[in-house]
Design a protein around this ligand. Structure first.
Ligand code: ATP
Length: 613
C-alpha cells in the first residue's frame, strides 16, 4: 500500500507517513482501576412486561430487510438501479433521514448478565430501526447510499453518527473494513467510472474537532478555520485534500489520518473518540479543480458521556468529556432553534455546529445515525439519544414538498433552487433565543445534567424504557387513546427501583419506598435551592469571563490598528482585515455564549418557579 501511495500523488507526504510510526496525539490514558459503577437495574418483573408489550408501530417506520434477505449483489449494482430496486425513490428527496442503530451486548455486559432491554424501543419517527444483527452494509443501504446520487447531481450530503460513548458510532462510520465511508467509496468510484461522470474527480479531506479547535489529520494536525463562502456553504480554509483513484486509496489515506486522531480510554470504551472526526469525499470538476461539484461528509461525533462513563478518568479525560458534552449541547440548541422555526439558529455556539451548519440548512441532504447501547444501565442515555433523533426527524422542512417525496422534481433543478435557500446563520438575540444550552464555565456535572435532563419533550419518551421521574416534561400527551395504550401499562414502580441494586426485587416493598420518597422530599427542596444558587453563581462567573474576553478582544484590535502604518502597504491592510475578521468572529462566539447563558438562567428559573408553585 505504501508503495502505491508513493507512486501516486502522495509522494509529498510519504515522509510523514514513514515517520509516523506511532499515533501523533493519541491520549495515553493510564489504565485506571474501575470504580464501582452505579447501575440501573430493572426489576425482573418489569422485563417480561416490556418484552411482551407491542412496539408502537408508526406508519412511517420502514423496517430494514433482515440481513439474510438483502440481496448480496445489491451493492454491485449501479446506484440508479438500486434506486428502483431497493430504495424508494422519494428517499432521495428526504432532507433529513434518521436511523437508530443498536449494537449487540458486549462481552462485559453479557458476563454481568445485563439484559438487552431495547428490543421494544421503536422510535416511530425514524426511517430505520436497526437491530443488533444488522450489518454496516445494511445500514449503509438505507442511510448513506441514497446520498451518493445526490452528490453526483451537485449536492452536499452529510452522514453523522450520534450516540453515547461506546454505542458504535466509529464502528458504523469509520470502520476500515466496512465502515459507511468504505461502502460509499465503492459506489462513488463505480459512478466515477461511468462516461457521464468522466469530468469529475474525487478528493478526500479528513479533520477533527478537538477542544473547540479544528485540526487537519492529513497535514500534521495543522490548525484550520471554518469559513462561510458567502453562499451559505461552510468552507474549511486550509484543509489539505488528496486525490483518490479507488477505494484502496481512500482507505490508505484514512488510516494515515486516523493515526493522528485523538482517542483515549474511558470506563466504557477502551478506544473512545475524544474528538469529532469529519471525513469528506469531495467531487471536483477536472477542468476547474477549484470548484466543488459535490461533497459527502462522514462525521463520527464523540460520544456524550457522564462522569460515571469515564471511569476513574484523569483530568484531561474529564476536561475532554466536558468539552464534548458542551459541543453536543450546542448542537442540540441549534436543532431546537430550527425545530421551533426560529429565524436564527446559534450555529456559532461551537466549532462543531459551525461545521455542521450546512448539513441542516440550505439544500443539503443529511442522514443521522443514532447509535444506542442495548443494556439496562445505559437506558437513560438511550432515551436521550432517541429524543435527540426524534427531534431531528421532526425538523421543519419535511413538510416542504421539495424536501419530501415529490418525484416530479428533478434533483438537479431542485438543487439549483435550493442552493441559496437557507436559514441565515447568525448569533441569536435575546428576543428570539429560547435556549437551554451551554455555559463555558459549567462544571462537568452541571453540563451532564443539562445534556441529559433538560431535554426535548417527545413522544418517544413514552416507551417502556422511560424511567419514572418527578419531572413530567416528557409526558406530554395529546391523544387520550395513546395515553391509554402506552402510558397506563407503564405506571411503574418508584424510580428507586431502577436505581438501586435490590437483593430481592420481588420483595421491593414499593409502599415503603414511596414513604421514604416523601420523607426525602423536604430535604430535596433545600438541596434544590442550593443547586440552583450554585448554577446561578456559575452563570454570573461565566458572564464576567465573557466581558473580560470582550475587553481583551477590543484591546487586541486597537493594538493592531495602532501598529498599522497610515500610508499602509497592501500587506498591512490585509493583516488588519484579517485581524478585524477574527475579532468579529470571536465576538460572535462570545455573544452567543452570553445569550445562551442568560436564556439558560431564565429557563431554569422558570422551571424552578413552576415546581415551587
Ligand atoms: N453493531 C456492532 N456490532 C458489533 N460490534 C460493535 C457494534 N457497534 C459497536 N461495536 C463494538 O463496540 C465497541 C465500541 O464501539 P465504538 O468505538 O464504535 O463506539 P463509539 O460510539 O464510537 O464510542 P466513543 O464515543 O467512545 O468513541 C467497539 O469494540 C466496537 O467494535
Amino acid at each position: 500500500m505504501k508503495n502505491k501511495l508513493q507512486s501516486r500523488q502522495y509522494t509529498k507526504t510519504s515522509e510523514h507517513i514513514a515517520s509516523r510510526k506511532r499515533p501523533v496525539s493519541v491520549v495515553k490514558a493510564s489504565t485506571p482501576e474501575r470504580k464501582p459503577v452505579r447501575r440501573m437495574t430493572i426489576a425482573p418483573q418489569t422485563i417480561p412486561r416490556i418484552q411482551q408489550k407491542p412496539t408502537y408501530k408508526d406508519r412511517r417506520l420502514s423496517i430494514l430487510p433482515r440481513r439474510e434477505s438483502v440481496a448480496p449483489d445489491l451493492l454491485q449494482q449501479p446506484v440508479s438501479k438500486l434506486k428502483t430496486a431497493a430504495i424508494p425513490y422519494n428517499e432521495l428527496h428526504q432532507r433529513i433521514r434518521v436511523c437508530v442503530r443498536k449494537r449487540p451486548l458486549n462481552k462485559r455486559e453479557t458476563l454481568s448478565k445485563e439484559a438487552d432491554i431495547t428490543s421494544i424501543v421503536g422510535s416511530h419517527t425514524v426511517e430505520l430501526h436497526a437491530e443488533s444483527h444488522v450489518t454496516n452494509k445494511d445500514v449503509y443501504m438505507r442511510t448513506a447510499q441514497p446520498l451518493i446520487e445526490y452528490i453526483f447531481a451537485g449536492g452536499n450530503g452529510t452522514c453523522f453518527a450520534y450516540g453515547q460513548t461506546g454505542s458504535g458510532k466509529t464502528h458504523t462510520m469509520l470502520d476500515s473494513t466496512d465502515g459507511l465511508y468504505v461502502l460509499a467509496a465503492q459506489d462513488i468510484f463505480r459512478m466515477l467510472s461511468q462516461p457521464t461522470n468522466s469530468h469529475l474527480s474525487a478528493n478526500v479531506g479528513f479533520y477533527e474537532i478537538y477542544q473547540g479547535q479544528l485540526y487537519d489529520l492529513l497535514n500534521q494536525r495543522a490548525k484550520l478555520t471554518a469559513r462561510d463562502d458567502g453562499n451559505n456553504n461552510v468552507v474549511i480554509a486550509g484543509l489539505k485534500e488528496f486525490a483518490i483513484k479507488d477505494k484502496e486509496d481512500l482507505i490508505a489515506v484514512f488510516e494515515y489520518g486516523n493515526q493522528g486522531r485523538t482517542t483515549g480510554k474511558t470506563g466504557v470504551n477502551n478506544k473512545s473518540s475524544r474528538s469529532h472526526a469529519v471525513l469528506q469525499i469531495i467531487l471536483r470538476l477536472k477542468d476547474k479543480p477549484s470548484e466543488i461539484h459535490g461533497k459527502l461528509s462522514f462525521i463520527d461525533l464523540a460520544g456524550s458521556e457522564r462522569g460515571v462513563d469515564r471511569g476513574d478518568a484523569n483530568n484531561k479525560t474529564r476536561l475532554e468529556g466536558a468539552e464534548i458534552n458542551k459541543s453536543l449541547l450546542a448542537l442540540k440548541e441549534c436543532i431546537r432553534a430550527l425545530d421551533q422555526d426560529r429565524k436564527h439558529a446559534p450555529f456559532r455556539g461551537s466549532k462543531l455546529t459551525q461545521v455542521l451548519r450546512d448539513c441542516f440548512v440550505g439544500g443539503a441532504r443529511t442522514c443521522m445515525i443514532a447509535t444506542i447501547s442495548p443494556n439496562s444501565s445505559n437506558a437513560e442515555h438511550t432515551l436521550n439519544t432517541l429524543r435527540y433523533a426524534d427531534r431531528v426527524k421532526q425538523l421543519k422542512g419535511e413538510s416542504d414538498p421539495r424536501l419530501t417525496g415529490d418525484n416530479s422534481t428533478d434533483i438537479k433543478t431542485e438543487l439549483s433552487t435550493n442552493r441559496n435557500i437557507g436559514i441565515r446563520e447568525e448569533e441569536e438575540t435575546a428576543e428570539d433565543g429560547q435556549s437551554v444550552a451551554n455555559s463555558y464555565t459549567m462544571d462537568e456535572d452541571e453540563q451532564v445534567e443539562n445534556l441529559l435532563d433538560i431535554d426535548f419533550p417527545s413522544e418517544v419518551a413514552m416507551n417502556a424504557l422511560n424511567t419514572p421521574t418527578n419531572n413530567n416534561r416528557f409526558w406530554k400527551v395529546s391523544n387520550d387513546d395513546y395515553q391509554e395504550r402506552l402510558l397506563k401499562p407503564l405506571e411503574s414502580p418508584p424510580s428507586e427501583i431502577f436505581f438501586s441494586n435490590l437483593s430481592d426485587p420481588f420483595d421491593s416493598k414499593p409502599l415503603e419506598l414511596l414513604r421514604k420518597q416523601e420523607e426525602k422530599k423536604s430535604k430535596c427542596d433545600l438541596e434544590r435551592i442550593r443547586k440552583f444558587m450554585k448554577f446561578h453563581r456559575r452563570q454570573i462567573k461565566d458572564l464576567e469571563d465573557c466581558l473580560k474576553e470582550e475587553t481583551k478582544l477590543i484591546a487586541k484590535l486597537s493594538l493592531a490598528i495602532n501598529s498599522t502604518d497610515e500610508e499602509s502597504q497592501l500587506e498591512d491592510n490585509e493583516n488588519l482585515k484579517q485581524e478585524y475578521e477574527n475579532y468579529l468572529n470571536d465576538l460572535n462566539e462570545i455573544s452567543t455564549r452570553v445569550t445562551i447563558g442568560m436564556r439558560m438562567v431564565q429557563d431554569k428559573a422558570k422551571s424552578e418557579l413552576d415546581q415551587t408553585k
